[in-house]
Design a protein around this ligand. Structure first.
Ligand code: FAD
Length: 440
């Protein structure tokens, strides 16, 4: 079969699926994308996962490849650093990249999904079908079964490449569990999250262009800006703490003691109503290997590597999946079977590295940022980065502002830690020597 006549089926029209449809559409493939939910452009938005997301280098690069970076960034809000809120209301700005001034951007999830769906449908060779569920997979016959939820008709579909972009609870990944040598693990952390809101009329009381953090050791609250000047506030906390806040008095008491400066911004009534009427959501991390199955099945995005949201890389890494798949598909005369095998080889170690880094970053955001030792380390990192910008790239910069393999970012951090610990050791030894000489 000629490359330009390839047929591709994508399961899931979320952020990653619809971007993937754009990449495949651009290649001239015949693309069919099946999404189980109704068209989000025609239905009232339901509150689900985060209302806004942070987009950084890897996500931007993927959007640029399909000509969408500009339109997305026009509606996004730059965040140049973290703004830390102490318990007593002091603020401290910590820039992400004081040397090259890189920033991350807050963008609305619904807006992003709508732009991507419009872009995918603008290709004549892309067909998007909503209300269609993947219900079964037959790996032996290499066909999938889909159900049209309007008519309840169940039908078979096949293609040269079948991509599961169906999210953290992927039906395609679930089917892959029964295939030989497929490795899988999932972890629900014992912290959940609840979204609150600072309304547009109070948004200007927040220092702009920052990701705000209220780090409190075992838990934290963050806020990201929206285009309408409101802020989406997310409280991450152990479920047991959420469960202990069952009354108005307890909620107010907790906020008074922990986030006093946030109460007038969110408003007591909204705060209490949201707490009493919303269940905190769970956070899952998924690791599996390989990402392909047989000669045509592949999973990407959260379906392959759902992660906790603390590095802001879930979507960014899913978008990078599309870039990598696209690059591999550029190789002429290579069979799909070989391409997806290569894809797994490249992507599994990198996606697993960012899943681990995302877990680590929760500790950094909620706790380490408050510690002097962490701030000293950050300053040292910045000084060395300034002197050797190509050899000493601090972890956050390499993850968020470069396309260095995630596993390489992790290895760099481990070697930097060793050098740093050696420097600290030498410094302490030198200090002891000076003191010893001074006292004798
Ligand atoms: P999804 O967005 O889950 O889309 C999957 C789609 O598949 C859905 O539309 C679903 O309806 C459809 N589907 C499911 N099953 C089927 C089926 N059987 N048949 C057909 N269709 C199906 N990432 C960042 O990069 N930056 C951030 O700042 C960030 N913040 C986050 C904050 C929170 C609180 C959370 C929870 C996540 C955050 N993420 C962030 C992660 C990001 O939301 C995900 O990585 C991203 O949405 C993954 O996109 P996806 O398309 O792979 O999956």
């Amino acid at each position: 079969m000629q490359d330009d006549r390839r047929k591709v089926v994508i399961i899931g029209g979320g952020l990653v699926g619809s971007l993937c449809a754009c990449f495949m559409g651009q290649k001239g493939y015949d693309v069919f994308m099946y999404e189980k939910r109704p068209d989000p452009r025609k239905t009232a938005h339901t509150r689900g996962r985060s209302i806004n997301l942070a987009i950084s280098h890897r996500g931007r690069a993927a959007l640029r490849s399909v000509g969408l970076e500009e339109i997305i960034l026009e509606s996004a809000i730059p965040m140049k650093g973290r703004l830390l809120h102490s318990k007593t209301g002091e603020l401290q700005s910590v820039l992400y990249d004081p040397i090259f001034n890189n920033c991350i951007y807050s963008v609305g999830r619904n807006f992003l999904n709508e732009v991507l769906l419009n872009a995918a449908e603008s290709y004549n060779n892309v067909t998007v079908k909503f209300n269609h569920n993947l219900v079964d997979v037959d790996f032996r016959r290499e066909v999938i079964q889909l159900r049209n939820n309007d008519t309840m008709e169940v039908f078979e579909e096949t293609a040269d490449l079948i991509i599961g972009a169906d999210g953290a609870h992927s039906a395609l990944r679930f089917a892959m569990l029964s295939t030989p040598m497929f490795q899988f693990s999932q972890t629900y952390i014992d912290h959940g999250y609840l979204e609150l809101r600072i309304p547009p009329e109070l948004g200007d009381k927040m220092t702009p262009n920052h990701l705000h953090i209220w780090p409190r050791g075992q838990f934290m609250m963050i806020a990201l800006p929206n285009k309408d000047t409101s802020w989406t506030v997310t409280l991450f906390m152990p479920f047991k703490n959420f469960n202990s806040l069952g009354s108005e008095a307890k909620i107010i008491h907790f906020f008074d003691n922990t986030f006093p400066d946030a109460i007038p911004l969110i408003g007591k009534e909204d705060l209490v109503q949201t707490f009493l009427n919303t269940k905190p959501s769970q956070l899952i991390s998924v690791k599996c290997s390989p990402y392909h199955c047989g000669s045509k099945f592949l999973i990407i995005g959260d379906a392959a590597h759902a992660m906790v949201p603390f590095y802001g890389q879930g979507m960014n890494s899913g978008f990078e999946d599309c870039t990598i798949l696209n690059e591999l598909l550029e190789r002429n005369n290579v069979k799909i079977e070989e391409i997806i095998r290569q894809y797994s080889k490249i992507r599994v170690p990198n996606a697993q590295a960012i899943c681990d880094l995302a877990m680590y970053n929760y500790v950094e955001m909620r706790d380490l940022v408050n510690r002097k030792s962490f701030r000293v380390r950050k300053t040292v990192d910045e000084v060395i980065f300034r002197l050797c910008p190509k050899t000493w790239i601090p972890l956050y910069n390499s993850v968020s502002f470069s396309n260095l393999d995630y596993s390489r970012c992790l290895r760099n951090k481990q070697s930097q830690d060793k050098v740093y610990n050696l420097l600290v050791g030498l410094f302490l030894l030198g200090l002891a020597y000076v003191l010893f000489n001074a006292l004798n």
